[in-house]
Design a protein around this ligand. Structure first.
Ligand SMILES: Nc1ncnc2c1ncn2[C@@H]1O[C@H](COP(=O)(O)OP(=O)(O)OP(=O)(O)O)[C@@H](O)[C@H]1O
Ligand SMILES: [Mg+2]
Length: 231
């Protein structure tokens, strides 16, 4: 697919949990080769947006399309099979399985295994392959989560708060991974680290109380202070 092509698009998404409306008419798109960020305060609805796109939450109304095909109503595994993969915020791994077994689960449905891509971005995982995932540090666990999603060469990666609680060294490493990866896989990142967001994103959506309140230019054109005003 050529650069600039609209890969994934959500339009007028409305989402509720029971009686409580959480997303209001959200428009969100990811073009090929982009790193799109979504910023906003706790409870703004960022995770809900990613989970709705990934098929874990069904919207009350609105559309989600990938390459022009509707994703609404498809089960999450079918959406993953179409190359839209979600890396959740909670960093939950299968503690009793090894790192290798955890990674393999990421391609269970698609049966495509690009081990070189995973170990190329995260050489440390090579050393940890036979260790039980329950023994990993927070940073190693995040490498495993992202590694699991990129084992199968996704077209779009939705990453929920990847740097939350991590030390600066691993944050810098993830920054480089995302930059390089975006040449092959479009990324949507929910992130509260505004300097990171402003440095690596091509576009930034600011979300407040379930609504997109601004769409800002990335690549250094928006400062963290400007970004902060919208959230
Ligand atoms: N499963 C659920 N059932 C009911 N309400 C929920 C559920 N998940 C989230 N909510 C509510 O929906 C709102 C949006 O939550 P969401 O997790 O999407 O926000 P967020 O922007 O990701 O926040 P954070 O930055 O804290 O991760 C919150 O008010 C939250 O309490
Ligand atoms: Mg969240």
């Amino acid at each position: 697919m050529s650069p600039g092509v609209n890969l994934l698009e959500a339009q007028k998404l409305n989402v509720s949990y029971g009686e409580a409306r959480v997303l209001f008419d959200v428009d969100f798109r990811i073009d090929d080769r982009e790193i799109v960020a979504c910023v906003g305060r706790n409870g703004a609805g960022k995770t809900t947006l990613l989970r709705t796109i990934a098929g874990f939450v069904k919207p009350v109304s609105g559309t989600v399309t990938a390459d022009g095909t509707s994703l609404v109503g498809l089960p999450a595994y079918a959406i993953a099979r179409r190359g839209v993969k979600y890396v959740p915020q909670d960093k939950k791994v299968f503690a009793d399985l090894t790192v290798r077994e955890n990674l393999e689960l990421g391609s269970y449905a698609t049966k495509d295994y690009d081990w070189d891509q995973v170990t190329g971005y995260f050489p440390k995982l090579k050393v940890l392959m036979d260790r039980k995932a329950g023994h990993l540090s927070g940073g190693e666990r995040q490498m495993l989560m992202i590694g699991r999603a990129i084992l199968g060469k996704p077209r779009v990666l939705l990453v929920d708060e990847p740097t939350e609680g991590l030390a600066p060294g691993i944050v810098d490493q993830l920054k480089e991974v995302f930059r390089d990866l975006s040449g092959k896989t479009a990324l949507a990142i929910v992130e509260q680290n505004l300097p990171l967001v402003c440095a690596i994103s091509t576009r930034i959506y600011a979300m407040k109380e379930g609504r997109i309140v601004a769409e800002l230019p990335g690549a250094g054109a928006t400062t963290p202070v400007e970004c902060e005003q919208y959230v």
